[in-house]
Design a protein around this ligand. Structure first.
Ligand SMILES: [Zn+2]
Length: 404
């Protein structure tokens, strides 16, 4: 739990405006360190923020005392003979937890303040046919166990980001047709576990959280397409997730690729996910998924073995994906498609056909062809992206975590 506002007051006698200015400057100073990619000095923080050396030093002392920064080896600044003490984000002090509830697995990831993964656990198992209460009890137990392990290693978890395969309304109610959930209050259910109730909880669509985990200095704009039983997308423009007016953007799985196609759980016909989602591809390949294992595992094994029906089913899925993704790229003007979820594992078989079909479709492909590649973070990226979003929030409002 964050310390209360009164306990975090950095100067009990400060007027509200000065308090808010100091909070703002604390976040600025921390941002300089987190963006630097390596240790920085107090003087560099002052230079980058426009604050005086004295103010920067005061802020740094608070952040050091609060366990958000740590001192490193001496730095020698270019053009200056005097070495300065380096400052970096403190590993191992604070962290964030990401909890993903998906159709055929649950996953948890804990990262520290530097974004490094401290622990990750995945529980495979088909969640369909189980009540939301049962699924969320299991998810809460997984989160509580990860919390206990993190605490045992001295990590203070600042919050939990929950990723779900569906729409989130009003920051809590989840509509996930693939799970048979139509207005499930996920956060209220998770809070019934006392260990989880003590945390700051937030919730987002799994493709959004997974897309966040793929943003790098080099890759700032892309369409992230997550394929499991359902198909979702995260739209990232100049490093920022595009959420739409109500937070519901990215429902690529319910874009029609065949108006006369099979009925989708959403009620419409021929949605992308009933043609190219893993259940549909597994069926088209004539495979029987192993009990308790995700569909992607059986598909990957059959594709690796060169099974003809599986390869044909994956090729057909790639064509359907190109129809939906081609539409999205024409609307958005982004040049890179990142395949996540089980599509990341299946990329060797999906990418060639998908790239060729997009090349044929895109109006500008003779100028610049599309780049299609698997997610760098692999199949369980949503819980990682969620955990990192907790850390990003912490870095943007460090005053909540400083007790003076
Ligand atoms: Zn649909």
């Amino acid at each position: 739990m964050p310390a209360s506002r009164s306990a975090t007051s950095l100067g009990p006698g400060l007027p509200a405006r000065q308090q808010s200015l100091r909070d703002h400057n604390l976040a600025l100073a921390l941002r300089v360190v987190s963006d630097a990619g390596g240790p920085v000095s107090r003087a560099q923080i002052a230079g980058a923020t426009g604050l005086t050396r004295a103010t920067a030093s005061t802020l740094v002392e608070l952040l050091l005392a609060g366990g958000l920064l740590t001192e490193t080896a001496l730095l020698t600044a270019p053009g200056s003979g005097r070495p300065a003490v380096g400052l970096a984000l403190a590993p191992g002090g604070f962290g964030g937890l990401g909890l993903e509830v998906n159709v055929d697995y649950l996953a948890v990831t804990v990262v520290d303040l530097t974004g490094e993964v401290v622990l990750r656990e995945v529980l495979d198992g088909d969640q369909r046919g189980r009540s939301p209460d049962v699924v969320l009890k299991a998810a809460a137990r997984l989160a509580a166990s990860a919390l206990a392990t993190a605490h045992g290693r001295g990590l203070r978890v600042a919050g939990t980001a929950v990723s779900v395969p569906g729409l989130v309304r009003d920051g809590r109610h989840v509509r996930a047709p693939n799970l048979g959930w139509y207005a499930v209050d996920v956060l209220a259910a998770l809070r019934r576990n006392p260990s989880v109730a003590a945390l700051d909880l937030s919730i987002d669509n799994e493709a959004n959280d997974a897309a966040r985990s793929e943003v790098t200095a080099e890759l700032r704009s892309f369409l992230f397409v997550s394929g499991e039983i359902g198909v979702g997308a995260g739209i990232v423009l100049d490093g920022v997730l595009f959420r739409g007016t109500r937070g519901w953007a990215g429902e690529l799985g319910h874009v029609s690729v065949d108006p006369a196609g099979p009925r989708c759980r959403c009620g419409a016909q021929g949605c992308l996910e009933v043609v190219a989602g893993l259940e549909a591809v597994t069926r088209a390949a004539g495979l029987t998924p192993t009990q308790g294992l995700p569909h992607g595992v059986a598909l990957t094994a059959a594709a690796e073995a060169g099974d003809g029906a599986t390869l044909a089913a994956l090729e057909a899925a790639a064509r359907a994906l190109a129809t939906a993704i081609g539409g999205a790229l024409h609307l958005l003007d982004v040049g890179t498609v990142v395949l996540g979820g089980a599509y990341a594992r299946l990329a060797p078989w999906l990418v060639p056909t998908l790239s060729r079909c997009l090349q044929e479709r895109l109006l500008w492909s003779s100028w610049e062809g599309p780049i299609v590649r698997p997610a760098a973070q692999g199949a369980e990226a949503a819980s990682l992206g969620g955990a990192r979003s907790v850390v990003a929030r912490l870095l943007s409002e460090p005053e909540r975590w400083l007790v003076t």
